[in-house]
Ligand binder design. Structure first.
Ligand SMILES: Nc1ncnc2c1ncn2[C@@H]1O[C@H](COP(=O)(O)OS(=O)(=O)O)[C@@H](OP(=O)(O)O)[C@H]1O
Ligand SMILES: Nc1ncnc2c1ncn2[C@@H]1O[C@H](COP(=O)(O)OP(=O)(O)O)[C@@H](O)[C@H]1O
Length: 202
């Protein structure tokens, strides 16, 4: 633990940066099984917001594990630390006025809730990719479910490691009751939410 540290205030604050960017910093947190479409939707949303002149940054689990989190594996404590660090980085991006899009399995409710608690009310928007295991496994674009079933990967989420859903997701996709399943259309659903909550203006 670091001691004797004092927060240094800046004369340029989050409100100034938001005014500059004409948007509000926040986090959209995509959670769900491997293969549920988190990354595809995250980058579709990034593209759609870019087209509207909005600044985003995607923190994708796979990508962050190539650098900042390269020393972490998939046991419970490592996943918790992975999520904690991504939550803290997302907080910095949101403070910068950026719409941060996180795309991580984040299987444990406790870890997601701890990240949420870092943010002002409403600024941490949890989106659950509600895609059943059988569908994710049937796609298996990286062949990882195949390896997990063969016992070549231990502790694979959904196979021999848990995914804990929550009751308090702001958005669940695909939404029940409509036929919207394309990433582009689902991105529009998220954008409608952001517009309604005022995140796309300063
Ligand atoms: N054991 C195990 N369980 C789950 N996933 C595994 C595992 N080993 C490797 N992978 C690959 O790592 C990607 C998930 O990384 P995350 O950082 O999102 O995981 S976590 O939030 O810390 O649980 C995940 O990416 P996505 O498929 O995009 O979800 C996998 O490609
Ligand atoms: N909305 C969608 N409809 C159909 N296929 C999709 C959709 N989103 C993603 N996919 C496909 O599903 C697979 C997994 O998507 P991906 O975004 O990598 O998931 P995750 O990041 O959750 O592992 C990929 O082959 C991708 O092309």
């Amino acid at each position: 633990m670091a001691t004797n540290i004092v927060w240094h205030k800046s004369s340029v604050g989050k409100l100034h940066r938001q005014e500059l960017l004409q948007q509000k910093g926040c986090v959209i947190w995509f959670t769900g099984l491997s293969g549920s479409g988190k990354s595809t939707l995250a980058y579709a949303l990034c593209q759609a917001l870019y087209s509207r002149g909005k600044l985003t940054y995607v923190l994708d689990g796979d990508n962050v594990r190539h650098g900042l989190n390269r020393n972490l594996a998939f046991k419970v404590e490592d996943r918790a630390e992975n999520i904690r660090r991504i939550g803290e980085v997302a907080k910095l991006f949101a403070d910068a006025g950026i719409i941060c899009i996180a795309s991580v399995i984040s299987p444990y409710r406790k870890d997601r809730d701890a990240c949420c608690a870092l943010f002002p009310e409403g600024d941490f928007i949890k989106v659950f990719m509600d895609v059943p295991l059988q569908i994710c496994e049937a796609k298996d674009p990286k062949g990882l479910y195949n390896f997990a079933r063969a016992g070549k990967i231990k502790g694979f989420t959904g196979v021999d490691d848990p995914y804990e859903p929550s009751l308090n997701f702001e958005i669940v996709l695909p939404e029940k009751g409509n036929n919207i399943t394309s990433p582009y259309e689902m991105a529009e659903t998220v954008i409608s939410y952001l517009e309604e909550k005022g995140y796309l203006r300063a």
